[in-house]
Design a protein around this ligand. Structure first.
Ligand code: THU
Length: 135
């Protein structure tokens, strides 16, 4: 699968399920698993704002809940953004639990022009898996 096309297509579709009545900012995430499957997630807001769950964490939690822990790439679509928006700090930490420093993360705004970053770029100087392989 070409992550720049098919994976973004899945991320855009996932964003259409966004529950974001407070921000009106839809986000979709599509996680390509090592087995070739794709698990998606979207942001789910709450009237208690701090309980909002981002699209990226929705996707990771969903994948792990399905028994998938090995991932090849992540695409994030923000169809309401004028520019490419990368994952928030909390999501960077959660994604990094399951991937290595070379893991590619692609993100794009409404124009579809994407930015590619590695996990190591998004979360530099982190222990990542130096603590040992726990997966
Ligand atoms: N959001 C995400 O889903 N992922 C991000 O990386 C950035 C922010 C969501 C949270 C909230 O529902 C909305 O976008 C506005 O911040």
């Amino acid at each position: 699968m070409d992550p720049t096309i098919e994976l973004f297509d899945r991320a855009i579709k996932a964003a259409s399920a966004s529950y974001s009545p407070y921000s009106n900012f839809r986000v979709g995430a599509a996680l390509l698993c090592e087995d070739g499957s794709v698990v998606t997630g979207t942001n789910v807001e709450n009237r208690s704002f701090g309980l909002t769950i981002c699209a990226e964490r929705s996707a990771v939690v969903s994948a792990v809940s399905q028994g998938k822990r090995s991932f090849a790439a992540l695409a994030i679509s923000c169809p309401d953004a004028d520019y490419a928006v990368g994952p928030c700090g909390a999501c960077r930490q959660v994604i990094s639990e399951f991937v290595g420093a070379d893991f590619p993360v692609y993100f794009a705004g409404k124009d579809g022009i994407f930015v590619k970053r590695s996990m190591g770029q998004l979360l530099p100087d982190d222990s990542l898996h130096e603590l040992g392989e726990v997966r």
